[in-house]
Design a protein around this ligand. Structure first.
Ligand code: ADP
Ligand code: MG
Length: 728
């Protein structure tokens, strides 16, 4: 039994060694190591590939940015990146497999450990069994030597062998179990081998894939290289082309250069002359300010000399002009003086419908064909002749009348006071002469128009203001026709400045600048005029109407100021009261009118006869017109007469009045002029010239401003007077 047990033990040990070799734990390990090495190699290869790829990409990016292959390249790169992704996945799978292999290896190690344990156990068991075998053999030997005891021992052995048999049985069952265990291990091993095989297969697949990728990469690399080569070729080609073009251009440029060179050669002399010119110009420019200054200085001197000359000429001209002006004024005054300071004109109106028909409306006035100053009136069968300064027949127009008056009007601009009266019975044409009609205006409007135009003509040297007042004297009461309170009686007062001038406080003055202004003023005044109907004329003015025009002037160059007054007076009807059949208030009106008219006559008479006392204060009219009637003024009496037979006695009265005032001589005419500021000696000279003090001016002998000598009366007027005396 021991022998068989030994053989079995041996057999089992052999079995174990065989199993060990069969198990090949080391083989699997080797295989795993191999795989890991392979894996590492592949990894390194991949890394190298990636490096290469990166290099290629860099190369590809660098040379051509806008190359048409870029797109393809991008596609390839995308493929590449996909491949890389796949490689990455594969790698992940590989790692997984690695892990699996690791696990399996671990398990294998565990199994090995267990196997080792069981082998160790078996070895122990064997040891124990061999020890017992030895013990048993020793016992058997001792028993042989001791036969007595052997029987007993055999018996115990027999008893014990049953025990050994039992132990063997146990060992056998144990062996059985171990064998089963080994079978199981073999099974596990087989499974693991299978797994290993499958992982090997996967690895092979992966390797194939990697190979494929590598091939792909190779291809891509080749393609890229090809493309790069193509690009290189293209580049070379372009460079060649550009080079050839540049060569051609260079040639042209060379040619041009040659042309330019020749040009330059020809230009050089021109440049030389230009440089020369430039230098000379530069010199000139440098000298120019000096030259300019010189020229300017001389020009300035010339100009100032010329200005000086012009100045002196101007001064001379001004002096001459003023002298001429003075001479003209003198001549004018002389003329006026010769004509008399009170001038009397007669105007005969035409026969009108109002005169009726029959002998009463017959014409009683005739004229002298040779003398326009004489008119004959047939009164009660007798012809009475009158000599006035001028007589206007019925056909004389307003224009003609005004022409004779305008010298007086303009003298107002020069600073003289002027009175123009229209005298005559109601209906004789006073208003017609003074105011006229809208279509045919009279003296008033024409005078103002003339003043405007004269003032405009002198505007270069003079500033003029023209103001207008309108007043009426009714029943010895002075009223403002332009005022807000026409019923208010105004007073005439002496100027408080001691000039002896009169003025009417509260009398409205309108500044007028145009004909429209005058028309407005006249219209305004007309409304307020008191007019009444009598049996003599439909519209009979029962009051004196005055239009007072004041012209104030300032000579800008000399500072001389002038003030002239033009009094245009439409007197009330001069008819005697009995004729008009007036009563009550009409009678009182007529009395006032007669009183004022005779006061006018008295004043003029007193002036004429140079009486110490002139009764200006006897009527409002004369008082108001005092400064326009006295010494330094000019007066025109327009005596209006009706040619009708029925009016002859009134006509006679009017003409007698006219003749009476005509012979009156006013004092020497002087101008109302006052000094403004006189800045220089020159101006004083001018003033002296104006006043006739100039040492060079000489008055003509026997033509002074004193009263006229009897010899000065014209021979014509003497003859007429003789005529009148003979006619009775
Ligand atoms: P007075 O003002 O003297 O009363 P008017 O001027 O009113 O007289 O004249 C009376 C009439 O005679 C008016 O109808 C006027 O038109 C007319 N008349 C006066 N003078 C002339 C003239 N020179 N030409 C034409 N008509 C005239
Ligand atoms: Mg009238």
């Amino acid at each position: 039994q021991v022998e068989t047990l030994k053989a079995k033990l041996l057999e089992q040990a052999q079995e174990i060694s065989r199993l060990r070799s069969e198990l090949g734990g080391t083989d699997a390990e080797k295989h795993r190591d191999l795989l890991a090495a392979e894996n590492e190699r592949l990894r390194q290869e991949m890394k190298a590939m990636e490096g290469e790829l990166r290099e290629l990409q860099r190369q590809q990016q660098a040379p051509c940015r806008d190359c048409p292959h870029l797109q393809e390249n991008a596609g390839l790169q995308e493929q590449l990146s996909q491949l890389q992704r796949e490689a990455e996945e594969t790698r992940a799978k590989l790692v997984e497999l690695d892990l699996e292999v690791q696990q399996k290896t671990n398990r294998l190690a565990e199994v090995e450990l267990r196997l080792k344990d069981s082998l160790a156990e078996r070895a122990e068991e064997e040891e124990r069994l061999s020890r017992r075998l030895r013990d048993s053999q020793e016992t058997i030997a001792s028993l042989k030597s001791q036969p007595q005891q052997i029987k007993y021992i055999i018996k115990t052995v027999e008893v014990e062998s049953a025990k050994v048999k039992q132990a063997l049985c146990e060992t056998q069952s144990r062996n059985q179990y171990l064998q089963e265990q080994v079978g199981m291990q073999k099974q596990v091993l087989k499974e693991m081998e299978q797994q290993l095989q499958s992982s090997q297969k996967t690895e092979a697949q992966l390797r194939a894939q990697i190979m494929m990728y590598e091939a792909e990469l190779e291809r891509a690399h080749g393609q890229m290289l090809e493309e790069m080569q193509a690009m290189e070729e293209e580049k070379n080609h372009a460079i060649e082309e550009a080079f050839s073009r540049a060569q051609v251009e260079m040639k042209a440029v060379h040619e041009n250069l040659a042309g330019v060179r020749t040009n330059l050669l020809t230009l050089q002399p021109a440049l030389r002359t230009l440089t020369h010119d430039y230098n000379s110009l530069k010199r000139q420019v440098r000298d120019f300010p000096l030259l300019l200054q010189e020229t300017l200085r001389s020009a300035r001197a010339e100009i100032s000399q010329a200005i000086e000359e012009v100045h002196s000429t101007n001064r001379e001209l001004l002096r001459k002009y003023r002298r001429e002006l003075q001479l003209r004024k003198k001549c004018h005054n002389e003329l006026v003086r010769l004509k008399g300071n009170i001038r009397v004109f007669g105007r005969v109106r035409p026969i009108t419908k109002e005169d009726g028909e029959g002998p009463e409306a017959a014409n009683a006035v005739t004229f002298d064909a040779d003398d326009d100053a004489v008119l004959h009136l047939l009164h009660k069968g007798k012809q009475v002749s009158f000599e006035l300064d001028k007589v206007f027949p019925p056909e004389a127009s307003q224009e003609e009348v005004f022409q004779e008056v305008q010298a007086l009007v303009t003298s107002c601009i020069d600073g003289y006071n002027v009175c123009i009266f229209a005298y005559g019975q109601t209906g004789a044409g006073k208003t017609y002469t003074m105011e006229g009609t809208a279509a045919n205006p009279g003296i008033n409007q024409r005078a103002l128009q003339l003043l405007f135009s004269e003032v405009r003509g002198k505007a270069a040297d003079w500033d003029y203001t023209i103001t207008v007042s309108a007043a009426e004297i009714y029943n010895e009461a002075l009223r403002d026709l332009l005022g807000k309170e026409p019923q208010e009686k105004l007073e005439i007062k002496l100027c408080p400045d001691g000039s002896g001038q009169l003025y009417v406080p509260g009398l409205t003055e309108f500044r007028v600048q145009s004909v429209e202004d005058i028309n407005k003023v006249f219209e305004f005044g007309h409304i307020k005029r008191v007019t009444e109907c009598t049996n003599l004329n439909e519209r009979s003015s029962r009051s004196h109407a005055l239009l007072i025009v004041t012209v104030r002037g300032l000579d800008r160059s000399t500072g001389l100021r002038t003030t002239g007054k033009l009094n245009l007076v439409d007197l009330a009807g001069s008819e005697r009261v009995g004729r008009s059949g007036a009563e009550g208030s009409r009678l009182r009106e007529a009395q006032h009118i007669n009183k004022s008219l005779s006061a006018l006559g008295d004043v003029i008479y007193a002036l004429r006869s140079r009486q110490g006392h002139v009764p200006f204060r006897n009527s409002k009219l004369t008082y108001l017109l005092q400064d326009s009637l006295s010494g330094d003024s000019k007066t025109l009496m327009m005596v209006q007469v009706s040619p009708a037979e029925k009016n002859t006695s009134e006509t006679l009265c009017s003409l007698k009045f006219a003749e009476r005032v005509r012979s009156v001589e006013l004092g020497p005419v002087s101008r109302k002029a006052e000094l403004g500021s006189w800045p220089s000696q020159e101006h004083l000279e001018v003033l002296r010239t104006l006043l006739g003090d100039s040492p060079g001016s000489t008055a003509p002998p026997g033509r002074g401003h004193g009263s006229p000598s009897p010899g000065q009366l014209s021979s014509r007027s003497a003859s007429i007077r003789r005529k009148l005396q003979t006619s009775g």
